[in-house]
Write a new protein. Structure first.
Length: 111
């Protein structure tokens, strides 16, 4: 599969974050300015991304990117979408996840 072909299937294609995908997974977080659970989520996801090779954390301000919010059907913040290396959605969850929940959601587990 060529690079252009995989970008077409990426939920981040055509966005400022299309080149920020992790080699193993991307934790795509939708947040808003006055969302207290969003701050907790940011800390957890950034920690996982820092401690696990090939995992990236991308945070999107939902209020400033309503087009993407609508396209992906985001209805509340925080919402985290786990993407594979090509940017395809593997799963999603709303609310502040625990570190253990995030690790279980990664492709191949917490390795």
């Amino acid at each position: 599969m060529g690079a252009n072909e995989s970008q077409e299937h990426s939920v981040l294609a055509g966005t400022p974050w299309q080149d920020d995908l992790g080699e193993r997974a991307t934790l795509l977080q939708f947040s808003s300015a006055f969302c207290a659970p969003c701050r907790t989520t940011r800390v957890v996801l950034a920690d996982v991304a820092t401690q696990h090779d090939g995992v990236a954390h991308v945070e999107v301000d939902a209020e400033k990117h309503l087009d993407l919010v609508r396209t992906l059907g985001i209805t509340r913040t925080p919402t985290t979408i786990v993407l594979d290396p090509a940017g395809r959605e593997l799963g999603r969850a709303s609310g502040a996840p625990t570190r253990e929940q995030v690790l279980r959601s990664l492709p191949g587990g917490a390795a």
